[in-house]
Write a protein that binds this ligand. Sequence first.
Ligand code: HEM
Length: 224
Amino acid sequence: MQAVHVWDVLVRIFHWALVAAVLLSFYTLKTDGAPFLFPIEIHAQAGYVVLGLLTFRWIWAFFGTHYARFRAFLTSPKTSASYAQSLIRRQPTPYAGHNPLGGWAVLILMLSLTFQAVSGLFLSDDIFFSGPLYGSLGNAFSNALVSWHALNAQFLMVLIGLHLVAIAVHAALGERLVKAMFTGVKTFTRTPADAINVSIRLPIISALVAILAGIGMSVFFWLQ
Ligand code: HEM
């Protein structure tokens, strides 16, 4: 057995905080509002948290630890196709970080979530609530975004569903991805294709910049 430290502590906190904030933003729309007095405001505030978390993650994807970076997990179409073939043969090539298909899925999820949170800033429900940027690019723009916000939310649900299916498939093949997102460590019987020899050490300056940018983004919109 070979243990690889894959997910640094910031990626793990980011991941579970994102799950909580996205769940809250959906929940506040799907109920009659209980237990919240103004569910649309909680919806928006959860969205500001998503925006802050994504700000952190976009920076971390370029300046973070090895496995958190795009260059570690966005692979060529050829590598992605050969990984897909290994998956169909039920003998997937082991990857420590995101596998080639998972890597592209992560990028699409980040883009879709970013669009969702940013578009929300321009919306109004015409009754109780207007986002902080509502009308700033014209009411017609805000009105057009309403249907894109709704459509992309459905796309997001499909992506989240696929994410859960992928986790279940990997669990059936003996890979415990959820546990790794808590502990940061994955264990392998074969050496992963993307194994590296260096340890995962936090680059302190980029960590501070990414965390402050993320918190700043959330707080900025929260205070509007
Ligand atoms: C990741 C974050 C977000 C998710 C997953 C999300 C999801 C959704 C969903 C599913 C709807 C219902 C669409 C429909 O079927 O009509 C909705 C509506 C809405 N969202 Fe968001 N949203 C997010 C962020 C935000 C943010 C940041 C704001 C405001 C600052 C916002 C403001 C609104 C408003 C005002 C509506 C109601 C629009 C209407 O009344 O037609 N959302 N959102």
